[in-house]
Design a protein around this ligand. Structure first.
Ligand SMILES: Cc1ncc(COP(=O)(O)O)c(C=O)c1O
Length: 437
C-alpha cells in the first residue's frame, strides 16, 4: 500500500470512513449488499482465510471474494507473481501481451469445451459475450435462462434473478429499473432442474432460441442427476447452443470446472473470478467456430460478434490467474478442497440438529449455506418457500460472532481451511443458534 493510502487510513476511524462512504457511495456501499449497521465493517487487510477491519477486528472470511479467492488472501505465489508483473507494467492496451498468451494456452488446455478463448474483464461481460456469440452464430435472438440464476449485471442478465414469486413460464421478469422493455421478449425463463419445462419451451420457441444459459450449480442448488446431460441432449435435438456459466464453478468444482465434474461439455462457457486470481479478468471459452465469430478480421460480416475492452487480457490479473491455476494443478487439490467443505457442513449440521432447527448446512464441493428447510432445494421456488427470514437472522448472528458470511448468500471454502477454523465456525454457529431461540 502506498504511503498516501496508509496516511488516509491512519487518519480515519471506521466511523469517519462510514461518513465519507455514505456521502460518496450509493447506500454507503460497493454494490448490491447492504448490511445492518451493527454488523457491517470496513476491510483493511486480508490474510489467509481472514480479513481484518479498519478498527482491528478479525473475521473468518467465507465470502471468498465472491468465489474468486480459492487460495484465500495474499497467497505467496500470487503476491509474488503480481509483484513481478507490476514491475513490468500494470496495464497495456492493444494487441497482445505475453502473460495473457500464457494464460490463454493454460485455459485451452484445462477447460474441456475450450478450443479457443476470448478474454473479457469480468464474469458479467463473459456471459453477455457468450449470449452475443450465440445470437450471431444462430441468427436468433432469444436466450433461455433459469429462474433465480445469476449471470451478472448487464441488461440480459437482469431478468428473473431475484423472483418474488414463480414466473408465468417462460415469461421473464426484469429485476431492475432501466432495463429496456423490448429486451423482455428476448429472454425466456424456466424452473431449474425441470427438463420437461425446458422441453416444452423449446418445442414452442426452438426456431427463435439461440441458446440455453445455465449455472451448472445454480447458487446453492445442485443439478439433479440427469439434468445437465438432459439439457445437452435437448439442445442437440432442437439445434440450440448450450452455454455453461462457469464464472463461479470454473476451477472451483474441478480444474476443468463443472464440465469436467459433471462430464457434460457445453458449446460455450463463461469464466471469471479464479482465472484472474481475484483480479479483473474473465473469458468466454468454447468451440473454435463459435469463438471465431469474434475474430476482428471478420468485422463487417453479418455473423461477426464484437468483443473489445480496455482491460481485456490485463497482465496483472493474468499473472495472478496463472499463479492461482498453477497452485490448483498440484496433486490432491480438489480432494482437499471438497473434504474441507464436507467437514465444515457436517460439523455445522450437528449444531443445527442439536438446536432442534429444521435447517440444513447445505453444500458440496466448496459451496455451502444455511437453509431453513428439511432437504436440499431443487429450484429457486423451494428456497423462496422456506424460512428465508430465519436464514438471514442466523447469518447475521454469525457475523456478530466474527464469521464473515453475507446474509442469505451462498458462500465458499478455500483450500486453506483448517480444522481449527471449522471448529471455530461450529462454535460460532452454536452461539448464533442459541441467539435465535
Ligand atoms: C454465475 C455468475 N455469473 C456471472 C457473474 C458476474 O461476474 P462479475 O461479478 O465478475 O461480473 C457472477 C458473479 O458473481 C456469477 O456468480
Amino acid at each position: 500500500m502506498s504511503v498516501a493510502a496508509h496516511q488516509f487510513l491512519d487518519a480515519q476511524s471506521q466511523d469517519d470512513l462510514y461518513e465519507i462512504a455514505e456521502r460518496t457511495l450509493p447506500g454507503g456501499g460497493l454494490g448490491g449488499y447492504s448490511l445492518p449497521e451493527d454488523v457491517r465493517f470496513i476491510i483493511a487487510h486480508g490474510e489467509g482465510n481472514r480479513v481484518r477491519s479498519v478498527d482491528g477486528r478479525w473475521y473468518l472470511d467465507f465470502t471468498g471474494g465472491a468465489g474468486a479467492n480459492i487460495l484465500g488472501h495474499c497467497h505467496p505465489a500470487v503476491v509474488d507473481a503480481v509483484r513481478r508483473q507490476a514491475g513490468r507494467g500494470l496495464h497495456y492496451f492493444g494487441t497482445l501481451n505475453d502473460t495473457a498468451i500464457e494464460l490463454s494456452e493454460l485455459l485451452v488446455e484445462t477447460i474441456p469445451c475450450a478450443e479457443k478463448i476470448a478474454f473479457t474483464t469480468t464474469g458479467s461481460e463473459a456471459t453477455a459475450y457468450a449470449m452475443r456469440i450465440a445470437r450471431a452464430a444462430t441468427g436468433r435472438d432469444r436466450i433461455l435462462k433459469f429462474e433465480g440464476a445469476y449471470h451478472g449485471n448487464h441488461d440480459y442478465a437482469a431478468f428473473s434473478q431475484f423472483p418474488a414469486a414463480a414466473a408465468n413460464y417462460p415469461q421473464a421478469t426484469a429485476d431492475s429499473g432501466g432495463v429496456p422493455r423490448p429486451l423482455q421478449e428476448t429472454m425466456l425463463v424456466a424452473p431449474y432442474n425441470d427438463l420437461a419445462a425446458v422441453e416444452q419451451i423449446l418445442h414452442t420457441h426452438a426456431g427463435e432460441t439461440a441458446a440455453i444459459i445455465v449455472e451448472p450449480v445454480q447458487r446453492i442448488i445442485f443439478p439433479q442427476s440427469g439434468f445437465l446431460v438432459g439439457l445437452r441432449a435437448l439442445c442437440d435435438r432442437y439445434g440450440v447452443l448450450l452455454i455453461f456459466d462457469e464464472v463461479v464453478t470454473g476451477f472451483r468444482l474441478a480444474l476443468g470446472g463443472a464440465q469436467e465434474h459433471f462430464g457434460v461439455t457445453p458449446d460455450l462457457a463463461s469464466f471469471g473470478k479464479i482465472i484472474g486470481g481475484g483480479g479483473p479478468l474473465g473469458c468466454v471459452a468454447g468451440r473454435a467456430d463459435l469463438i471465431d465469430k469474434t475474430n476482428p478480421r471478420h468485422k463487417g460480416k453479418l455473423d461477426y460478434a464484437y468483443i473489445n475492452g480496455t482491460l481485456h487480457g490485463n497482465p496483472i490479473a493474468a499473472a495472478a490467474g496463472l499463479a492461482t491455476i498453477r497452485e490448483l494443478m498440484k496433486p490432491r487439490t480438489y480432494d482437499r478442497l471438497h473434504e474441507g467443505c464436507a467437514k465444515l457442513t457436517h460439523a455445522c449440521q450437528q449444531v443445527l440438529n442439536r438446536h432442534g432447527l429444521t435447517a440444513i448446512a447445505a453444500g458440496r464441493g466448496s459451496f455451502w449455506q444455511f437453509l431453513f428447510m428439511a432437504r436440499e432445494p431443487r429450484n429457486q421456488m423451494e428456497i423462496l418457500a422456506s424460512d428465508t427470514a430465519a436464514m438471514r437472522r442466523l447469518d447475521i448472528e454469525m457475523m456478530r460472532r466474527g464469521i464473515y458470511v453475507l446474509p442469505g448468500v451462498r458462500r465458499f471454502t478455500s483450500l486453506m481451511l483448517t480444522d481449527e477454523e471449522i471448529a471455530e465456525t461450529a462454535d460460532a454457529l452454536d452461539g448464533a443458534c442459541a441467539a435465535l431461540h
